[in-house]
Write a protein that binds this ligand. Structure first.
Ligand SMILES: C[S@@+](CC[C@H](N)C(=O)[O-])C[C@H]1O[C@@H](n2cnc3c(N)ncnc32)[C@H](O)[C@@H]1O
Length: 270
């Protein structure tokens, strides 16, 4: 009920959506004292039974599906030696994975929630990785500062997607890549594609990954549910199950039946 109210309120106005998203992610960051939630995405699991699972260090393996989403999106191009920006870096697990496994020159994570940025700068001590406070719609960087921008499951909460896309284009160097994944209601997809083209990107990949996301939700259900049961007050649990898209939730059903589409894009800045 609370989750549906939240969703409806988000549709009312861009300002309200931004405000509510910020509060929600502040609350999540504040609650995760034991760092059980370095990722906040729905995850990804390959549908190909022959595909080898990612070789991960023990402490990363618990977050296999969330990491697999990063691997699928950020691994679309060779990042070695590149300067990478992640917008909406959350609790930093993804930026840390990209830095440690995909070997770019640097990764800068930006998030609008101060608590998350403070946590990341304290928790991750990795050469070349840093986190800054910033708004996706007004990025705190000079023009042409990065080779690659990554954005995973963050943009649905932005007030004005056009402002975000023009900021991505501005901070990317010519020849740079924008590696992007998020979900949208089916009827919003055409507008999203149009915004990407209007911003000036060339679209190299537009892939539906909803089935892989649903598979990850099935495989990761036990871990997420037990986390919710342990950590979340009883009255808030249905909202957490909804936002985690746990099987049985409305969000899970919508992804499964195609009312909500999860997409991955590879975009090129000429
Ligand atoms: C669902 S979480 C995903 C975090 C991370 N990408 C991951 O996959 O674990 C969305 C993140 O986007 C951030 N965010 C939302 N609106 C933002 C904005 N306008 N500017 C920067 N970050 C924003 C939130 O604070 C949150 O950390």
């Amino acid at each position: 009920m609370l989750a549906q109210l939240f969703d409806t309120a988000c549709l009312v106005s861009p300002t309200l959506r931004r405000f509510l998203m910020r509060k929600w992610f502040h609350y999540l960051s504040h609650s995760d004292k034991e760092v059980m939630m370095p990722f906040m995405n729905l995850g990804y699991a390959s549908l190909d039974p022959k595909e080898e699972p990612l070789a991960l260090l023990d402490h990363d393996a618990a977050h296999r599906y969330c990491i697999a989403l990063y691997h699928h999106v950020a691994g679309a191009i060779d990042l070695q030696g590149r300067e990478v920006l992640e917008v909406g870096s959350g609790r930093g697990g993804g930026a840390s994975y990209v830095m440690r496994y995909l070997h770019p020159k640097s990764v800068t994570g930006v998030d609008i929630v101060q608590k998350a940025v403070h946590f990341c700068n304290t928790f991750y001590q990795i050469d070349g990785l840093r986190f800054l406070l910033g708004d996706a719609e007004a990025l705190p960087f000079d023009d042409q500062s990065f080779d690659v921008v990554i954005n995973i499951e963050s943009s649905y909460g932005y007030g004005h997607i056009e402002r975000f896309l023009s900021e991505v284009l501005r901070v990317l160097r010519p020849g740079g890549s924008f590696l992007y994944a998020d979900y949208r209601r089916n009827e919003q997809l055409a507008a999203l594609r149009q915004h990407l083209l209007d911003a000036g990107f060339t679209m190299l990949v537009d892939e539906r990954i909803s089935d892989q996301v649903v598979k990850a939700l099935d495989l990761d259900q036990e871990r997420k549910s037990s986390l919710i049961e342990q950590k979340v007050p009883r009255w808030l649990r249905p909202s957490f199950h909804y936002f985690a898209a746990n099987p049985g939730s409305e969000m899970y059903q919508a992804l499964r039946c195609g009312a909500i589409d999860y997409r991955r894009f590879v975009l090129y800045r000429g």
